[in-house]
Write a protein that binds this ligand. Structure first.
Ligand code: ATP
Ligand code: MG
Length: 180
């Protein structure tokens, strides 16, 4: 499984619709300060369900919507879609390719889409359990996060190991069963 593309429109500094294409290897994103490199990472975090504006370096969630420049009006919504190659079926879904999308309007209205069909955030979360990819996974390591992991509580570190060992889904199911 690997990330094939990221499509952004109206997300942070990306007003126009653009698509970043990736291949099964290493890609570096380079550019001057403030050109939007970190915004690409934020886009991936956001589409995977990040609910904390602070994690996305904003004050509130609407801050991810393109807020305009001297020459360009603000936009009314933010949209991000990521497409993953799933030909190895690491994601428990019967598709070779999986596209997760999220859209947010200034009104606060928002939606998630899984291969074009509206879905819940819960569905997005469950799809990525134990893959390391979800927003709590270890596939996105932000600035300062290594320090946080090293100096974190043992229980927090344990969560990372659980995810890597692939047992998060069993723990969640157990907790749900106990609640019922
Ligand atoms: P550095 O090298 O300093 O880490 P960077 O390439 O990672 O820089 P980013 O932090 O990704 O840069 O981008 C910051 C830019 O994104 C700033 O110019 C900021 O004005 C712009 N930006 C952030 N949110 C929005 C928004 N909602 N609308 C328009 N522009 C935005
Ligand atoms: Mg940066």
């Amino acid at each position: 499984m690997y990330l094939k593309s990221i499509e952004v429109q109206g997300f942070k500094s990306f007003a126009n619709k653009i698509t970043f294409e990736f291949h099964n290897g290493i890609t570096g994103i380079v550019g001057p300060n403030g050109s939007g490199k970190s915004n690409v990472g934020d886009a991936v975090r956001w589409v995977l369900g990040e609910q904390s504006a602070k994690q996305l370096r904003g004050g509130n969630m609407q801050d991810v919507i393109f807020s305009g420049t001297e020459t360009r009006k603000p936009l009314g919504f933010a949209y991000v879609a990521i497409t993953l190659d799933n030909s190895d079926h690491k994601l428990p879904i019967d598709y070779q390719e999986v596209t997760i999308a999220r859209r947010l309007y200034r009104s606060g209205e928002s939606e998630y889409l899984l291969n074009g069909t509206s879905c819940r955030l819960k569905d997005v979360n469950e799809l990525f359990y134990d893959t390391g990819i979800g927003k709590e996974g270890y596939s996105i390591i932000g600035q300062g996060q290594i320090d946080k992991i090293l100096s974190g509580k043992p229980e927090e570190r344990r969560e990372l190991f659980d995810e890597a060992a692939g047992i998060v889904k069993f723990k969640r199911r157990k907790n749900t069963a106990i609640k019922k």
